[in-house]
Design a protein around this ligand. Sequence first.
Ligand SMILES: [Zn+2]
Ligand SMILES: [Zn+2]
Length: 145
Amino acid sequence: MTGSSTAERLRDAGGRVTRQRLLVADALVATGKQVTAQELYERLRHRQPRIGRATVFRTLEALVAAGVARRLEQEGHIYGYVACRPEHHHHLACHRCGRVEEIGESYVTPVAARVEADLGFRIDDARLDFYGLCARCASEDPEPI
Ligand SMILES: [Zn+2]
Ligand SMILES: [Zn+2]
Protein backbone atom coordinates (compact mmCIF):
# COMPACT_ATOMS: atom_id res chain seq x y z
CA MET A 1 0.00 0.00 0.00
CA THR A 2 1.58 3.26 -1.07
CA GLY A 3 1.09 6.64 0.52
CA SER A 4 -0.84 7.95 -2.44
CA SER A 5 -3.31 5.07 -2.45
CA THR A 6 -3.96 5.67 1.25
CA ALA A 7 -4.71 9.30 0.43
CA GLU A 8 -7.02 8.27 -2.40
CA ARG A 9 -8.87 5.83 -0.21
CA LEU A 10 -9.31 8.42 2.51
CA ARG A 11 -10.61 10.88 -0.05
CA ASP A 12 -12.96 8.33 -1.62
CA ALA A 13 -14.41 7.53 1.78
CA GLY A 14 -15.07 11.21 2.34
CA GLY A 15 -12.34 11.53 4.91
CA ARG A 16 -10.15 14.59 5.22
CA VAL A 17 -6.65 14.00 3.94
CA THR A 18 -4.28 15.81 6.22
CA ARG A 19 -0.55 15.44 6.70
CA GLN A 20 -1.07 14.01 10.17
CA ARG A 21 -3.58 11.45 8.96
CA LEU A 22 -1.19 10.26 6.28
CA LEU A 23 1.60 10.15 8.83
CA VAL A 24 -0.44 7.91 11.13
CA ALA A 25 -1.56 5.73 8.18
CA ASP A 26 2.00 5.33 6.92
CA ALA A 27 3.25 4.45 10.40
CA LEU A 28 0.53 1.80 10.70
CA VAL A 29 1.41 0.29 7.32
CA ALA A 30 5.12 0.31 8.19
CA THR A 31 4.43 -1.55 11.43
CA GLY A 32 3.17 -4.58 9.52
CA LYS A 33 1.30 -5.98 12.51
CA GLN A 34 -1.42 -4.97 14.86
CA VAL A 35 -0.65 -2.17 17.29
CA THR A 36 -2.70 -0.40 19.90
CA ALA A 37 -3.31 3.33 19.54
CA GLN A 38 -1.01 3.91 22.51
CA GLU A 39 1.82 1.89 20.94
CA LEU A 40 1.50 3.73 17.65
CA TYR A 41 1.44 7.06 19.44
CA GLU A 42 4.65 6.24 21.30
CA ARG A 43 6.32 5.13 18.08
CA LEU A 44 5.28 8.30 16.22
CA ARG A 45 6.26 10.64 19.02
CA HIS A 46 9.94 9.87 18.54
CA ARG A 47 9.85 11.27 15.01
CA GLN A 48 7.02 13.77 15.47
CA PRO A 49 7.27 15.22 18.97
CA ARG A 50 4.39 17.62 18.28
CA ILE A 51 1.83 14.98 17.39
CA GLY A 52 -0.93 14.74 19.98
CA ARG A 53 -2.19 11.54 21.57
CA ALA A 54 -5.79 12.47 20.75
CA THR A 55 -4.84 13.05 17.11
CA VAL A 56 -3.44 9.54 16.80
CA PHE A 57 -6.51 8.01 18.46
CA ARG A 58 -8.94 10.03 16.31
CA THR A 59 -6.98 9.38 13.14
CA LEU A 60 -7.00 5.62 13.68
CA GLU A 61 -10.79 5.74 13.99
CA ALA A 62 -10.98 7.82 10.79
CA LEU A 63 -8.81 5.24 9.00
CA VAL A 64 -11.14 2.48 10.20
CA ALA A 65 -14.17 4.44 8.98
CA ALA A 66 -12.48 4.91 5.59
CA GLY A 67 -11.68 1.21 5.32
CA VAL A 68 -7.93 1.81 5.37
CA ALA A 69 -7.51 0.09 8.73
CA ARG A 70 -9.41 -2.40 10.84
CA ARG A 71 -9.87 -2.81 14.53
CA LEU A 72 -9.14 -6.14 16.20
CA GLU A 73 -10.02 -7.06 19.73
CA GLN A 74 -7.26 -7.74 22.19
CA GLU A 75 -7.47 -9.03 25.71
CA GLY A 76 -8.72 -6.57 28.30
CA HIS A 77 -11.04 -4.64 25.95
CA ILE A 78 -8.14 -3.05 24.12
CA TYR A 79 -8.21 -2.60 20.37
CA GLY A 80 -5.39 -3.40 18.03
CA TYR A 81 -5.29 -1.64 14.68
CA VAL A 82 -4.00 -3.07 11.43
CA ALA A 83 -3.61 -1.58 7.95
CA CYS A 84 -5.84 -3.32 5.41
CA ARG A 85 -6.16 -3.93 1.71
CA PRO A 86 -9.28 -2.46 0.13
CA GLU A 87 -10.65 -5.87 -0.95
CA HIS A 88 -13.03 -7.60 1.39
CA HIS A 89 -11.17 -10.02 3.62
CA HIS A 90 -10.92 -11.49 7.08
CA HIS A 91 -8.07 -11.82 9.54
CA LEU A 92 -5.98 -14.34 11.38
CA ALA A 93 -4.60 -12.41 14.34
CA CYS A 94 -1.76 -13.90 16.39
CA HIS A 95 -1.96 -12.84 20.02
CA ARG A 96 1.66 -13.77 20.65
CA CYS A 97 3.70 -12.00 17.95
CA GLY A 98 1.00 -9.58 16.75
CA ARG A 99 1.16 -10.76 13.15
CA VAL A 100 -2.07 -10.37 11.20
CA GLU A 101 -2.68 -12.40 8.06
CA GLU A 102 -5.48 -11.68 5.66
CA ILE A 103 -7.65 -14.49 4.35
CA GLY A 104 -10.05 -14.32 1.45
CA GLU A 105 -13.79 -14.60 1.29
CA SER A 106 -13.66 -18.27 0.26
CA TYR A 107 -13.05 -19.33 3.87
CA VAL A 108 -16.14 -17.55 5.09
CA THR A 109 -18.55 -18.20 2.20
CA PRO A 110 -19.51 -21.70 3.46
CA VAL A 111 -20.33 -20.29 6.91
CA ALA A 112 -22.44 -17.50 5.44
CA ALA A 113 -24.24 -19.95 3.13
CA ARG A 114 -25.13 -22.18 6.07
CA VAL A 115 -26.42 -19.24 8.14
CA GLU A 116 -28.65 -18.18 5.24
CA ALA A 117 -29.89 -21.72 4.61
CA ASP A 118 -30.49 -22.64 8.26
CA LEU A 119 -31.62 -19.35 9.74
CA GLY A 120 -32.99 -17.47 6.75
CA PHE A 121 -30.83 -14.47 7.51
CA ARG A 122 -29.84 -12.63 4.33
CA ILE A 123 -26.23 -11.55 4.82
CA ASP A 124 -25.01 -8.25 3.35
CA ASP A 125 -21.65 -8.11 5.05
CA ALA A 126 -19.56 -10.31 7.31
CA ARG A 127 -16.51 -9.52 9.34
CA LEU A 128 -15.04 -12.65 10.74
CA ASP A 129 -11.66 -12.54 12.42
CA PHE A 130 -9.87 -15.48 13.95
CA TYR A 131 -7.72 -15.08 17.03
CA GLY A 132 -5.01 -17.49 18.11
CA LEU A 133 -1.43 -18.44 17.31
CA CYS A 134 0.07 -18.01 13.83
CA ALA A 135 1.70 -21.06 12.23
CA ARG A 136 5.14 -19.95 13.37
CA CYS A 137 4.14 -19.35 16.99
CA ALA A 138 2.04 -22.54 17.06
CA SER A 139 5.01 -24.64 15.90
CA GLU A 140 7.06 -23.30 18.80
CA ASP A 141 4.25 -24.10 21.19
CA PRO A 142 2.81 -27.55 20.46
CA GLU A 143 -0.72 -28.20 21.65
CA PRO A 144 -0.64 -29.94 25.05
CA ILE A 145 -2.00 -33.48 24.83
ZN1 LIG B 1 -7.04 -6.59 6.83
ZN1 LIG C 1 2.58 -15.41 15.94
